[in-house]
Ligand binder design. Structure first.
Ligand SMILES: NC(=O)c1ccc[n+]([C@@H]2O[C@H](COP(=O)([O-])OP(=O)(O)OC[C@H]3O[C@@H](n4cnc5c(N)ncnc54)[C@H](O)[C@@H]3O)[C@@H](O)[C@H]2O)c1
Length: 273
């Protein structure tokens, strides 16, 4: 496991953020609190880094793509660091959190955003594909939670990331393996919320609808598919990563202290159907 520390670097942005990653700036300055963002190198995780950093959090970014995570934290300011780990590999997750402990000393919030999708038709799915989806999406989320809690003081915050596929059983672009792994995250979130409530650690699950991120670039590029999915969303468009990440900032705020065990759906109204 390799980690990269940026804490002493100048804060000049090195990459240009796409507009969909921008967020309302709070500029309240450092809070002294540390958030781990898993899957920070792209999409919703990258937008969470931007949003949390703008609200004063220091970020420990984890991604299997270290260069991508490093670019995101470098652009977010000078008190963040990036760490490499494949979230499905237990030893790598343990090592990444050990490095975070050495660098930051504590973890006040965890946003477990890393995930992969799969759209293999039901009857073509094999056990390896199913196991891989679970290893990254469900087991990976569990491992990050378990290691984060070891470094978390009472009153900490955890946000997991499911999908409308986990509520609806797929039906948009993912199929059985993706939907089942995302449903598992909702159950896992509630288990953790119950377990950690005595310590006032809140655990909530963010449930995005379709969001325009690199995960689905090929999909959104297909005009017919785009029209089909937009037709399933009452607001008539996919979400932007920043619109989803803003829910994480809220979950981590003092105002959300009474929210735990919840599934917070941000989907343009899709799951009303
Ligand atoms: N984009 C959508 O429409 C959508 C909708 C619902 C839910 N989600 C969920 O939101 C989360 C983020 O998705 P996104 O659209 O931002 O995807 P993305 O592909 O843009 O970003 C995912 C990030 O996770 C990292 N990652 C993937 N596997 C990893 C692993 N094994 N270990 C460490 N890092 C890993 C990738 O390197 C990447 O940086 C996922 O859990 C996804 O299932 C996305």
């Amino acid at each position: 496991m390799v980690f990269h520390r940026t804490a002493l670097r100048p804060s000049a942005p090195r990459i240009r953020f796409r507009e969909d990653m921008m967020t309302l700036q709070d500029s309240s300055g450092p809070t002294g609190k540390v958030a781990v963002v898993v899957g920070a190198g792209s999409g919703i995780g990258a937008a969470a880094v931007v949003a949390l950093a703008a609200n004063g959090w220091s970020i420990a970014a984890i991604d299997q793509n270290l260069d991508a995570a490093r670019a995101v934290v470098d652009a977010a300011g000078d008190r963040h660091a990036a760490f490499r780990a494949d979230i499905s590999r237990e030893a790598e997750v343990i090592e990444a959190f050990a490095a975070i402990a050495r660098t930051f000393g504590r973890v006040d919030g965890l946003a477990a955003c890393a995930g992969v999708s799969d759209s293999t038709p039901f009857l073509d799915l094999d056990a390896d594909t199913f196991a891989r989806m679970f290893a990254i999406n469900a087991t990976g989320t569990f491992l990050a939670m378990r290691e984060a809690v070891k470094l978390m003081p009472d009153g900490g915050r955890i946000c997991t990331v499911s999908s409308v596929a986990g509520l609806r059983g797929g039906g948009v672009f993912g199929t059985a393996a993706y939907a089942a792994s995302k449903g598992a995250i909702i159950a896992l979130t509630k288990t953790a919320a119950r377990t950690l409530a005595p310590r006032q650690i809140t655990v909530n699950c963010l449930v995005p609808g379709p969001v325009q991120t690199p995960m689905l670039d090929a999909f959104w590029g297909d005009e017919a598919q785009r029209r089909r999915v937009e037709g399933m969303i009452p607001l008539g468009r996919p979400g932007r990563a920043a619109e989803v990440a803003s829910a994480i900032t809220w979950m981590f705020s003092p105002e959300a202290a009474f929210l735990t065990g919840s599934t917070v759906v941000v989907d343009g109204g899709m799951s009303m159907y």
